[in-house]
Design a protein around this ligand. Structure first.
Ligand SMILES: Cc1cc2nc3c(=O)[nH]c(=O)nc-3n(C[C@H](O)[C@H](O)[C@H](O)COP(=O)(O)OP(=O)(O)OC[C@H]3O[C@@H](n4cnc5c(N)ncnc54)[C@H](O)[C@@H]3O)c2cc1C
Length: 484
């Protein structure tokens, strides 16, 4: 089969690309579950952009650079920030119901930001964006949607990407195109504790690496400071906006401890808050307390968090929330330029799978939805100029295999959590690399949904551990306790 553009992934990045690219050709949009399932769908806090008259592009750039420990590419950051307001207008034009008062967008503040600049929709910002974009996707005659279709390898010849191999039910197939676009999101599932949904298995990263694409900054896995820490409950994310609206962190002595760690207190950059929580948790439970705020306002501002935590027996209007850090966001990824181009011709990447240089060593809160939409727009500009014919070549497809890989997957996630987590050292990292290599070597040939996930998790985990071992000094969300 042939099409003009293949985009893998139906988060904000893939959906926005498909809508825009469908004006220039036929698009196949492939996604491994249903269209909604993505990290985007769970994003609570919002999208950062300079919209307030007292704010400035310079301030957003500086906040982003400071959070990223100046390891960011300034040109990419400046581009991101300048494009921000246009992208918010675009999302509004498409019908995204961001919160407004008298026709003016409401703005909240999150960690690391010196201004109110986060546009939001309650605490379900990502969900409303997904719903809005999917409505447009479904009405476009130029977009063919493959749900439950798992892309598992790229077809590359002479450093040019020609197509994608994928699994749909029990059928192993391939599709060829002028350009292949990876918008496959993150890799949080490589850790035992993560805020990410099951789809986040690093498939795009692993596929691109196997095909010869350059990857970078993988040691910078961001751990979100405040995931729910309750026995029997998942590490459900408690949005940074809860701290933005006045929530305070307390240790087991009921002491508010963040002022001891950073001048921005609870709204310090995420790596600082995550490590402070981990340190305080050594002596007992750490909680996030917002009970001093008006209960009715809390229910309106955080309806998803309020309802979800009630299911786990916590009423946030009356009880502090037990929290601990959990793996959240991959700052690095497949190396791309400002047009989303990788080092393989006609292979593009954007969104969480890509390393654009925007985040540096640590992502500033609410910059990732923005990055995904800004750079997906850029890739449309690049692919619409492609003139070559679609080239179809002979190819081989692997056989379907059966088998349950749950135990192997659990082993990978445990190894990563123990040895490649919030705080690292050479001994733990070397152990993880050795164990992951052994797992990779022992996996069978062939393909299945489960096998692809385990294969990609093992490879992505090893690449993260190798990058972390190579960077001997702590920087941003990469922290070594053996750096001397
Ligand atoms: C709980 C949570 C809260 C967050 N809150 C915020 C926030 O408030 N603000 C912010 O800016 N960011 C937030 N983030 C981060 C942000 O949501 C993500 O970085 C962003 O949504 C990534 O978008 P994406 O389109 O690149 O990837 P995703 O939205 O993850 O989409 C990836 C897509 O690729 C598909 N896919 C993956 N592999 C394959 C494959 N092999 N074959 C076919 N399809 C595949 C997936 O099924 C999915 O559809 C949050 C993340 C989480 C998990």
């Amino acid at each position: 089969m042939k099409t003009d553009f293949i985009v893998v992934g139906s988060g904000i990045a893939g959906l926005n690309f498909a809508i825009e690219a469908s004006r220039h050709g036929k698009v196949v949009l492939m996604t491994k579950k249903d269209l909604m399932e993505s990290n985007t769908n769970y994003a609570q806090g919002g999208i950062a952009s300079v919209l307030d008259k007292f704010d400035s592009f310079e301030s957003h750039v500086e906040d982003t650079m400071r959070a990223g420990c100046f390891h960011n590419d300034r040109a990419a950051v400046e581009f991101l920030v300048r494009e921000g307001p246009k992208m918010i207008s675009k999302l509004l034009d498409l019908g995204t119901p961001f919160e407004q008062k008298s026709g003016v967008l409401k703005l909240t503040k999150e960690g690391g930001h010196h201004h109110h600049r986060v546009v939001y929709a309650g605490d379900a910002t990502g969900h409303v964006i997904e719903k809005t974009l999917i409505k447009h996707i479904k009405s476009s005659p130029n977009i063919t949607i493959y749900e439950n279709a798992l892309a598992f390898d790229l077809i590359v010849r002479d450093d040019r990407c020609l197509g994608v191999k994928y699994l749909l039910g029990n059928d192993v197939k391939a599709v060829f195109s002028k350009a292949v676009i990876l918008a496959t999101g993150g890799v949080g599932m490589v850790y035992r504790k993560t805020t990410n949904p099951n789809i986040a298995t690093g498939d795009g990263l692993a596929m691109a690496y196997r095909a010869g694409a350059a990857v970078e900054d993988l040691e910078f896995m961001q751990f979100h400071p405040t995931a729910l820490n309750k026995h029997g409950a998942p590490p459900f994310l408690i949005s940074e906006a809860v701290r933005g609206e006045g929530g305070v962190l307390k240790n087991s002595n009921n002491e508010r401890f963040m002022p001891r760690y950073h001048e921005m207190e609870e709204l310090a950059p995420r790596d600082v808050v995550a490590r402070a929580i981990a340190k305080e948790a050594e002596s007992g439970e750490v909680t996030l307390d917002i009970t001093h705020k008006d209960p009715e306002l809390l229910k309106i501002r955080f309806p998803t968090i309020y309802k979800k935590l009630l299911e786990y027996g916590i009423d946030i209007t009356r009880q502090p929330i037990p929290v601990l850090p959990a793996a959240h966001y991959m700052c690095g990824g497949v190396k791309v330029n400002l047009s989303g181009e990788t080092n393989i011709r006609n292979l593009f990447a954007f969104g969480e799978v890509a390393r654009t240089g925007v985040h540096g060593a640590n992502r500033l809160a609410s910059n990732s939805l923005l990055e995904s939409i800004v750079f997906s727009q850029q890739v449309v500009e690049a692919v619409k100029r492609l003139e070559q014919e679609i080239e179809v070549i002979d190819f081989s497809l692997p056989k379907l295999v059966e088998g349950n890989f749950d135990e192997v997957k659990a082993g990978i996630r445990e190894t990563m959590w123990t040895n490649v987590g919030l705080i690292r050292n050479a001994s733990g990292l070397s152990t993880a690399i050795g164990q992951l290599k052994k797992i990779e070597e022992a996996l069978p040939m062939g393909i299945s949904y489960e096998l692809a996930a385990v294969r990609n998790l093992a490879l992505a985990g090893r690449l993260i551990a190798e990058a972390a071992l190579a960077r001997k000094k702590s920087l941003g969300c990469h922290w070594r306790d053996d750096e001397n």
